[in-house]
Design a protein around this ligand. Structure first.
Ligand SMILES: NC(=O)C1=CN([C@@H]2O[C@H](COP(=O)(O)OP(=O)(O)OC[C@H]3O[C@@H](n4cnc5c(N)ncnc54)[C@H](O)[C@@H]3O)[C@@H](O)[C@H]2O)C=CC1
Ligand SMILES: O=C(O)CCC(=O)C(=O)O
Length: 488
């Protein structure tokens, strides 16, 4: 890994201009694969910067709202084209900032471009319905109107897709945006914003302010000029944001954690199930809210499945995510690494058997990064912390169940309900799972992660504030419905 010696400083984007934070302070962004590699410095902004961005977004909102949807769509198409041209640069930056492998980052950037195009098309689709009035001389219909200026608070684990799947619908439905990315991946977000700049969005329509969540994110949630806040991240932070927004009557949307199960039935294709468990649990080093965290296996195939899972996990190559032969990169930050290691310790202390990995890697090529080997725990029971709490790292908890009913009961016995998967050939098992599983995403013979941009995305129970993102469903959050009655 070459050690970078010249570091670029990235600015906030407010009212169509790149500007320094009022504080004059900066935050360093490093590569978790080798922390000597500095990706850049970003602004350590404060409330004043958010206030300026919110003022710009409010100034711009009326003219933006008054464009036709098709006109707004043209800006999104243009941004998509520019991102397509810069795909390699953006993906490489995402890999250097958060550690997912380059093919994963390229896939995510391509997905961001597809999301922009999807929402560009939304500008040409219907915004309401005609509803028959009881009065024969009246016309009654609904229309959708934007909220105004909205705040986007984004996490680091999908540095391209999440900012875009929040900003693109916000913009197409006529809102202006202030985004606060996670500092870990702020440079990637600012590169996306520069694509928007190049696409010629009017000043103030898109604004980006980097800095600590406790100040910049909090101010976005509190700001009286921000009419809605959309957030993805931890339950703890989501609840804080939700409470603040609720108190001042702003709309809020929270996408939070998961403790996603995969059920492996006695009749499952065990090779496919093992492959899906490995991919779902260890891709992106387990740092997806949809990652597989529990694998609940029917007793008839438990030992055979476990063997296949271990064999497949042994093949995983770990290392610098920019390198071609690497399948799993580092964990995104020291805080996340420590968090993950503490769950591994807790698993051992509470009596689960660590049958593979779970060690911090520090020798040789791992010396300067945040590496851990993928972990598999056996003998896990429902009461254990590793079976209940979101770990957000490459850890699988194996749990045995005698019947499919018992497996579904175990799968539901957590506070989360984001995604869930079953491997079976039995239509009865599939239907029981579809009907009884408490999750927003139900997957059959497919891994727990994997979201399609045109379909609604969100969880049940503690996983979300019960709204849905992506696809047409995004319209619900980013607009309000007006019912119009016209009498002749
Ligand atoms: N659902 C998901 O996709 C994600 C879940 N997580 C979970 O959260 C845990 C902690 O990760 P963090 O990065 O610390 O998550 P976080 O939820 O604290 O951070 C997410 C975003 O919220 C901002 N933020 C932090 N505190 C804030 C506040 N008081 N007000 C407004 N905004 C605030 C952050 O700066 C970041 O932009 C992870 O271990 C994982 O379990 C983290 C990232 C994504
Ligand atoms: O699995 C995916 O593609 C989306 C996951 C996600 O939204 C998240 O981890 O925050």
């Amino acid at each position: 890994m070459p050690v970078t010696t010249e570091h670029k400083t990235y600015l906030n984007f407010i009212n169509g201009e790149w500007v320094k934070a009022e504080s004059g302070s900066l935050e360093k962004v490093v590569n978790p694969a080798d922390t000597r590699d500095v990706v850049g410095f970003v602004q350590k902004s404060s409330s004043e910067d958010v206030d300026r961005a919110a003022a710009a977004a409010n100034e711009a909102k009326t003219a933006w709202r008054k464009l036709s949807g098709a006109e707004r769509g043209q800006y999104l198409y243009k941004a998509a084209d520019i991102m397509e041209r810069r795909l390699d640069e953006i993906a490489e930056c995402a890999t250097r900032e958060m550690g997912k492998t380059l093919p994963e980052a390229k896939g995510e950037t391509a997905r961001g471009i597809a999301i922009l195009k999807f929402y560009a098309g939304e500008g040409m689709r219907k915004t309401g319905d005609v509803i028959p009035s009881t009065d024969k001389d009246a016309l009654m219909f609904t229309d959708r109107v934007p909220l105004g200026a909205v705040g986007v608070i984004a996490p680091w684990n999908f540095p391209v897709a999440i900012p875009i799947w929040k900003m693109a619908p916000a913009l197409i439905y006529g809102n202006t945006v202030v985004i606060k990315p996670a500092t870990e991946t702020a440079v990637t977000c600012l590169k996306i914003i520069s694509c928007f700049e190049e696409a010629g969005f009017p000043a103030g329509v898109v604004n980006a302010v980097t800095g600590p969540g406790s100040e910049v994110g909090r101010r976005l949630a509190e700001h009286p000029g921000i009419s809605g806040v959309t957030f993805t991240g931890s339950n703890q932070t989501g609840k804080i944001i939700g409470r603040i927004a609720f108190e001042r009557g702003a709309k809020f949307q929270l996408e939070m954690g998961g403790k996603n199960p995969v059920i492996v039935a006695n009749d499952a294709d065990l090779d496919a199930a093992a492959e899906a468990a490995v991919s779902g649990a260890f891709r992106s080093t387990g740092q997806k809210c949809t990652a597989t965290s529990r694998v609940i296996v029917q007793s008839g195939v438990y030992d055979r499945f476990k063997e296949k899972l271990i064999q497949r996990t042994k093949d995983i190559t770990i290392g610098d995510s920019l390198k071609e032969d690497v399948w799993m990169g580092p964990i995104a930050s020291k805080q996340q690494l420590d968090n993950c290691l503490s769950y591994v310790e807790k698993g051992k202390q509470e009596g689960a058997e660590l049958i593979f990995g779970g060690e911090r890697l520090t020798e040789g090529k791992y010396e300067n990064g945040y590496y851990i080997s993928p972990a598999i725990f056996d003998q896990v029971t429902q009461e254990m912390t590793i079976a209940r709490e979101e770990i957000f790292g490459p850890v699988i908890a194996l749990i045995k169940a005698d019947t499919i009913e018992e497996a579904i009961k175990i799968a539901n016995d957590v506070e989360y309900g984001l995604s869930a998967s079953i491997f079976t050939e039995n239509i009865g098992h599939m239907l029981s799972f579809i009907n009884d599983m408490e999750a927003g995403l139900i997957r059959v013979n497919a891994e727990s992660a994997g979201v399609e941009l045109q379909a609604p995305f969100g969880g049940l129970k503690q996983s979300s504030s019960h709204s849905r993102e992506q696809g047409e469903a995004a319209k619900e959050f980013f607009t309000a419905v007006k019912t119009v009655f016209i009498k002749r």
